[in-house]
Each structure stands twice: as structure tokens, then as C-alpha cells.
Design a protein around this ligand. Structure first.
Ligand code: ATP
Length: 270
């Protein structure tokens, strides 16, 4: 298989504790992905089959990839990641083949978790499917559906997908036996933002004057990725001024800088 198209990682270093907020989402993944892989007998005893696929949806940078990696870490499963848009842009004509190879790999290296990022790039509802590019996407999607239908729920392969656009997905992909668990990953609220700041400054040398509650209040529209960027930037400022630790002043400057960037980004979007 062309390994450059997919990322195959046998061990992950993300833990549930590294994720701020998202407790209900973590719980959902424990029940639908972790337990089926680690305690299949519990499902057998009760007589239910776990879902094959879980779909995470939400804004960019809210922790969807982190969630998938953290579950993989807990189960020691092989983690195979592909990005939908890369499947069709970089591997023109080969999308379907890559999907097949990805599932072959998942079987060979099981237990495994297949993570499909940007699912919408290969699983959008087609408005007009007459042109060649659309047909290529269609073939990739058909292969994905065939692969999902072809394996057993009770087996040791789970599929997690992520998207920012639930509304454009082809309903075929959401049918029972495919992605039949849909989990919303929301933007962080104030409490979650405070947590995320604490997580991302854990290994930083920070001054006593850091007011995490205030930082959370000042970052109302920030995603987890934005908060990570703020912490990084504050650290960079401290380095630039040759300080021993990062203080609130650097954080405030960094909040301004990163937040004005994210505001601008939102304005250019439709
Ligand atoms: P995209 O839709 O753009 O792929 P995503 O939802 O998959 O984004 P991640 O890749 O999981 O987002 O998050 C990007 C980075 O942002 C993470 O590596 C982490 O540093 C930070 N981050 C995002 N959400 C959280 C969170 N809930 N807790 C802690 N860090 C977070």
C-alpha cells in the first residue's frame, strides 16, 4: 500500500486528560469504540452489537482528531488516518484503491481504528454527478460504503470519521451499520476554555499572576486550536524578552493577536 497517503501509527500519545471539556463526547467514544475493542464479551453477554462507525462533527480545531487519537491510545489499537480531501486531490483516480488498501491494512494490523478526517470531501451529496471529478469522488465513496458493509460489527476494527459539514453528507453514509453514531463536538464554553488553557500551560513555566478565568472570558469565540496558539504565542513572547516565566502580560498580548486573526478569518467566510 501507498503509506504516504495514510498515516499509520501504532501507538498514540494523546490521553483523555489532555482534552479540555468534551466529557460527554469522551464517554460516548468509550462506549462505542473503546469498550467494543477491549471488552467485546460484555456486548456478547448482553446480546447487542456495537456501532461500526462513529461520526464526529463540529467546527475546525475543536478536538475531533484528539478524541480519535486518545481512544486509539486507550485501546493500543493501530491508528490509521486518512484525510478525505487528500484522497481525492493527491490521488486522482486512486481514491477507491486507497480506501481498499486502508481497510486491508486495518485488518492486517488489527485491532485498529480507521480515522477518516474531512469525510465530507468524499461523502457529500452530489448535486450533479455528470463530470469526471464527481464520478471519481463517487467511486471513492462507493468503495468506502462497500468496505464498511463488508466487515463484522463484532470484529476488532472501528471507524471514526470527522467533518465540519454534517449538512452536506450523503444520507447513505449515515445508514444503520455505517456511521450510525453521530457525536457533536462543540466549541468550548468558558469552563472548557479555562481547562484547555491549563492543559496547554502544564509544561510551561508560568508566573503566579496568570488569571485563567479572565483568559477564558476574553476568548469567547476561540476554538481549542486557537487557545493552543495563544499559549504558544505567549511562550514565544516570553522567550523573545528573555524572561524566566510567562506572565499575564504576555498572555494578554497574545490573546489580542490571535483573537484578531480568528475574527478576520470568520469575516471572510461566507
Ligand atoms: P479540524 O476539524 O480542523 O481537523 P479538529 O477538531 O480535528 O480540527 P484537533 O486537530 O483535534 O481539531 O485540534 C487541534 C489542536 O487544538 C490540538 O492538537 C490541540 O492542541 C488543540 N485543541 C483542540 N481542542 C482541544 C481541546 N478540547 N482540549 C485541548 N486542546 C485542544
Amino acid at each position: 500500500p501507498d503509506v504516504s497517503a495514510m498515516e499509520v501509527l501504532e501507538s498514540q500519545d494523546v490521553n483523555y486528560e489532555d482534552i479540555g471539556g468534551l466529557e460527554p463526547q469522551i464517554q460516548e467514544l468509550i462506549e462505542s469504540v473503546e469498550l467494543p475493542l477491549t471488552k467485546p464479551e460484555s456486548f456478547e453477554r448482553i446480546g447487542i452489537t456495537p456501532p461500526k462507525g462513529v461520526l464526529l462533527y463540529g467546527e475546525p480545531g475543536t478536538g475531533k482528531t484528539m478524541l480519535a487519537k486518545a481512544v486509539a491510545h486507550r485501546t493500543d489499537a493501530t491508528f490509521i488516518r486518512v484525510v478525505g480531501s487528500e484522497l481525492i486531490q493527491k490521488y486522482i483516480g486512486d481514491g477507491a484503491k486507497l480506501v481498499r488498501e486502508m481497510f486491508d491494512m486495518a485488518r492486517k494490523k488489527s485491532p485498529s481504528i480507521v480515522f477518516i478526517d474531512e469525510l465530507d470531501a468524499i461523502a457529500s451529496r452530489r448535486l450533479n454527478d455528470t463530470n469526471g471529478a464527481d464520478r471519481e469522488v463517487q467511486r471513492t465513496l462507493m468503495q468506502l460504503l462497500a468496505e464498511m458493509d463488508g466487515f463484522d460489527n463484532r470484529g476488532d476494527i472501528r471507524i471514526i470519521a470527522a467533518t465540519n459539514r454534517l449538512d452536506v453528507l450523503d444520507p447513505a453514509i449515515l445508514r444503520p451499520g455505517r456511521f450510525d453514531r453521530i457525536v457533536n463536538v462543540p466549541m468550548p464554553d468558558a469552563e472548557a476554555r479555562e481547562n484547555i488553557f491549563r492543559i496547554h500551560t502544564r509544561f510551561m513555566s508560568v508566573a503566579d499572576d496568570i488569571d485563567y478565568k479572565k483568559l477564558a472570558k476574553l476568548t469567547e469565540s476561540a476554538s481549542g486550536a486557537d487557545l493552543n496558539a495563544i499559549a504558544m504565542e505567549a511562550g514565544m513572547l516570553a522567550v523573545r524578552f528573555d524572561k524566566d516565566s510567562v506572565s499575564m502580560a504576555e498572555f494578554l498580548e497574545s490573546v489580542q493577536k490571535v483573537m484578531s486573526k480568528t475574527e478576520n478569518k470568520k469575516e471572510v467566510l461566507p
